[in-house]
Design a protein around this ligand. Structure first.
Ligand SMILES: [Zn+2]
Length: 456
């Protein structure tokens, strides 16, 4: 039993309470009491008491779209590579030589970055080749996650990238059985879903098959449905109405990116309860016309569940939810010349409870309430960005940085304890990543380029 006492607690509970002198009592993996410090009474002496008088406590963030493996080649791609050459010239060669060790180290690196910036749960984008091996590594790190494997049938690539519709579905079924076991994905920390690459790479049969597989296993399914600008030479123009005609849109569907939508699309998403993962940092870097065209405030106003995704190591280049929150809280205000758009309360909901809903976990995570799993983040108030603490939500969304994250608990376990990762050897992972990254670039036949002379 762990007692976190006398903190400033942003609960995101049903009443959206913010407690200025609050406590959270954790028993095992579960939150058992949350309230004003005077009301929280442990039934026995806690094993550990964390003095949170100089802390702000929040639910852990939920990042709903991350390509783990691309963290191993983060920052490799220069800005002037045309967006439509990303995949064929860079990412496919890199993915095609990815080893299990690469995937594990990329996942650990990405996971440590997420923990250190307050994220406790993530959903992989569907780009792993060894999901069961990565699942074991993520469990070891102590994060909550949903993973997916590389799935398409219209495109091809070297060796394991080549899949028929049947092979793609069989591989997904095997993954669900292996990773989820009999639990339907609700037992352990890590589960798997059928997650498709989408954007013109998947047939109707594969999309229908993935949805049927998800239904049969009682899990969600997802697809990168980019909805890029019509002028772009991408093949992601599968209309939402067509998808709906196939009967695949429903509350267990999660679509990522989704920049270009019309009113009819938004009404359809709301009616079907489809979840949207908005990836603001990657959209900006990939020039998707976010500020001018995205309909995120309209989706939210219509009741569509919109969460946030960090996307990729060469897209947004980071998985820092605090920076994503700052961005979505400001970019739409400026684009619309309207200060009332995307208030910090809405943005924090996207990063927490909406993320939980997107992953069908809203009964287990996303807020600090009795009965939920103990996923929480403690920020050090003795950092300039947290002073003065007149409006904790404004400090969190507009001012806070990851450097003030002191401790992170996932499933009742302190994976970051007073600044130290407790579950893995962080330094050893960084050193191995440097070696693996260079080897991977070399195997892919690519070079590390720099416009400035990089000397010894
Ligand atoms: Zn993506």
């Amino acid at each position: 039993m762990i007692l976190v006492e006398h903190g400033t607690i942003i609960t995101v509970d049903a009443g959206r309470r913010i407690l200025t002198d609050g406590s959270v009592l954790i028993d095992g993996a579960e939150i058992v009491q949350v309230g004003p410090a005077r009301d929280v009474r442990p039934p026995r002496v806690p094993d550990r008491v964390i003095d949170a008088r100089r802390m702000v406590v929040t639910p852990g963030f939920v990042d709903t779209h991350v390509h783990l493996s691309e963290h191993l080649n983060r920052g490799l791609l220069l800005d002037d590579i045309p967006v439509d050459r990303y995949l064929p010239d860079w990412l496919i060669p890199l993915y095609s030589v990815m080893t299990a060790e690469d995937e594990v180290h990329a996942a650990l690196l990405a996971g440590i970055e997420m923990i250190r910036t307050g994220t406790t749960t993530f959903c992989e984008a569907g780009t792993l080749f060894e999901p069961a091996v990565v699942a074991a590594a993520v469990e070891r790190l102590g994060m909550r996650a949903i993973l997916g494997r590389w799935t398409w049938d219209l495109e091809s690539g070297p060796d394991r990238m080549r899949q028929s519709t049947r092979e793609a579905l069989c591989a997904n079924e095997a993954m669900l059985e292996q990773v989820n076991g009999g639990s339907g994905g609700s037992g352990g920390l890590v589960a798997a879903w059928p997650l498709l690459l989408g954007f013109g790479t998947c047939s109707e049969e594969l999309i229908r098959g993935a949805k049927a597989l998800a239904d049969r296993h009682g899990v969600g399914w997802g697809m990168m449905h980019l909805a890029s600008h019509p002028s772009r030479k991408t093949r992601d123009r599968l209309p939402l109405a067509t998808l709906d005609g196939w009967g695949v849109l429903g509350p267990n569907a999660k679509l990522s990116h989704m920049v270009y939508l019309d009113d009819a699309d938004i009404r359809l998403l709301a009616r079907r309860g489809v979840k949207i993962s908005h990836c603001p940092t990657a959209a900006l870097k990939h020039t998707k016309g976010l500020a001018a065209h995205a309909r995120v405030p309209e989706m939210i106003a219509r009741g569509v569940c919109v969460s946030l995704g960090g996307d990729s190591g060469n897209g947004s280049n980071h998985f820092d939810m605090l920076r994503m929150m700052y961005l979505v809280a400001t970019i739409y205000k400026d684009a619309r010349l309207d200060v009332t758009v995307m208030p910090p309360e809405t943005v924090l909901e996207m990063a927490t409870i909406r993320g939980a809903e997107s992953l069908l976990m809203e009964r287990r995570i996303g807020s600090l309430e009795p009965g939920k799993r103990a996923d929480l983040v403690l920020y050090d108030r003795d950092q300039p960005e947290w002073r003065p603490l007149l409006n904790p939500l404004n400090n969190l969304v507009y001012a806070a940085t990851g450097s003030s994250v002191r401790s992170v608990m996932i499933d009742g376990r302190l994976v970051l304890d007073d600044g130290r990762i407790t579950t893995v050897d962080e330094r050893a992972i960084y050193e191995r990543v440097e070696v693996l990254a260079r080897e991977q670039v070399r195997r892919a036949g690519l070079t590390i380029e720099s416009r400035w002379p990089t000397t010894g």
